[in-house]
Every structure is written in C-alpha cells, then in structure tokens.
Design a protein around this ligand. Structure first.
Ligand code: NAP
Length: 247
C-alpha cells in the first residue's frame, strides 16, 4: 500500500493543508464542526478510540506520517497522536502556531481554567467570551450583576442575561469595535490561539483600554518536526511525500 499522511484537523490551517493533499491521504475531524465536501483527500469524522485505537488505525491504513494541525487547546488528541505514533513507529509532525504576545498597553490577566475565568471576570459587568462552546455549559452561573456575550460556532438561544453569537472568523478590527461598542463589553475572555484570523479583538481591546482574561495554553507533546504556519507545513509534507518519507 502507498504510504499515506493522516492529517488531524479542525482548524483553518488544517483545512488549508488538507486542500493540498491527494486522494491517498486522509483528513480527520472530530465531528464538532463543518465537514468539507470539496477535498481531493479522504475525509473521516469522529474519534479513534484513544491512543490504542489511533495506533490500530495507523497500522491498518498504512499511515507513514501523522500531521497534527489541531487547535493548540485540543491537548487530548495531540497527546493521543504522539503516543500512538510512538507505539506504531510512525512519524509525528505538528503545526505549532506561535502564541500571541502582550503588547505595550495590554492588560492581560492569565488564568488556567474556568474557575480562574469566573474569578477574573467577577469585577466586570459585560464580558465577551471567545473561548468556544465552554461558556454554554455555565449559562446558569451568570451572576445577577452581569450580562454575558458569548461568541462561538454553536447556535444557541441563550437567555435574558446571556446572548450567544454564532460566528466564524476571520474578524476585522472594524467589526470587533462595532461589537464591543454595541454590546458595551468591558472585558474580553480569550484563548491564546495565535494567528491572524481572531487577533483583531486584542488590538481593539488595547485601543479601548479593555482588560483581556487570557486562558493559558495547555502543554502539548513534542513532535519530530514542528512547523510554524500552514504554508511551511504544506511545503514540508509535500517534500516528505516526494521522497516517500525517507530522510
Ligand atoms: P480534544 O479534547 O483534544 O480531543 C477530544 C477527543 O476528540 C480526542 O480524544 C479524540 O477522540 C477526538 N478528536 C479530537 N480531534 C480529532 C480529530 N481531528 N480527528 C479525530 N478525532 C478527534 O479536542 P477538543 O478540544 O474537543 O477539540 C475537538 C476538535 O476541535 C479538534 O480537532 C480541534 O482541532 C478543534 N478545535 C478545538 C478548539 C479548542 O479550543 N479546543 C478550537 C478550535 C477547533 P478519540 O480519543 O476517541 O480519538
């Protein structure tokens, strides 16, 4: 069987890489978001059943390289992939997008988890959450003095003190400023995703002197090669395929 690439995705960068893969390669999604229907490569959806399940998949499908282009906060699948690759003697490479760095004028308050977020936003009245779907699990915890604005990929009715905006980046500074003003945002809650698509909120928070409650990145496993952008990843994968994965 021809040696194949398994691309782990769920991000815009992963989709950009997937668009360059030929039909023998596989793009894998957890199944929480949109599944593209216009790719040349195969697309599979859903978990593998932990590292053992993934190691079995790698052996059964003749995978020579796992390329991890998952989100920097998707730590479980990255840990599973590193373990499975070690067990199955398969290459493990990853896209490790650089985190955003605070700029002069920024007021970042670092937290490690939801409890930290709750504590950090307690003095504020109108937080904007850009953490994905996690705040939806806490809608019954909105304190009486707060109104939450939650931006994520899920449509949800919210309630009288929680508005859910179902929107996908990229976001512009003009759009962010309009949202912050209209929703009277007084604190922004964010993951440190890195990249340009969702960075505008940080510049607008800086301009408007708003604090940012920033969730720390989880630790990720080391990879045999770490690429910093989709463009670098595409070149490296293409080169490896041309050489049939020989060093
Ligand atoms: P996670 O906690 O790291 O993974 C949970 C489980 O979901 C994994 O153990 C695995 O199940 C399955 N899974 C995750 N990514 C997969 C993939 N690409 N292909 C097949 N199975 C996958 O992940 P998460 O934080 O829930 O994120 C889920 C997906 O959303 C990821 O693919 C990620 O790239 C994307 N995403 C996450 C965030 C975020 O903030 N976490 C933001 C944007 C996009 P098994 O153990 O059964 O294999």
């Amino acid at each position: 069987m021809t040696a194949r690439v398994l691309l782990l995705g769920g991000t815009g960068d992963a989709l950009a890489i997937a668009r360059t893969l030929g039909s023998q390669h596989v793009y894998s999604l957890a199944g929480l978001g949109r599944v593209p229907a216009d790719l040349a490569c195969a697309v599979r959806v859903g978990g593998f059943g932990g590292p053992q399940g993934l190691a079995r998949f790698l052996a059964d499908e003749g995978i020579a390289l796992v390329f991890d282009a998952t989100h920097p906060y998707a730590a479980q699948i990255s840990a599973n992939a590193a373990r499975a690759c070690e067990a199955a003697h398969v290459l493990y490479w990853a896209l490790r997008r650089a985190p955003w760095q605070p700029q002069p004028g920024d007021d970042w308050r670092m937290v490690g988890d939801w409890a930290g977020v709750s504590e950090a936003i307690a003095p504020f009245a109108r937080p904007l959450f850009t953490l994905g779907r996690e705040p939806l699990a806490h809608l019954d915890e909105v304190p009486p003095q707060q109104h939450w604005t939650i931006r994520c990929l899920d449509a949800h009715p919210g309630h009288a003190r929680a508005r859910v905006i179902d929107a996908r980046g990229p976001f512009t500074p003009e759009g962010e400023r309009a949202l912050f003003t209209e929703a009277r945002i007084d604190v922004v809650v964010s993951k440190n995703s890195g990249g340009a698509a969702t960075e505008a909120k940080l510049a607008v928070a800086r301009d408007m002197s708003l604090p940012v409650v920033m969730m720390r990145r989880p630790p990720l496993p080391g990879a045999q090669r770490e690429l910093a952008s989709a463009r670098e990843a595409i070149e490296a994968i293409d080169h490896a395929i041309q050489r049939s994965f020989n060093a």
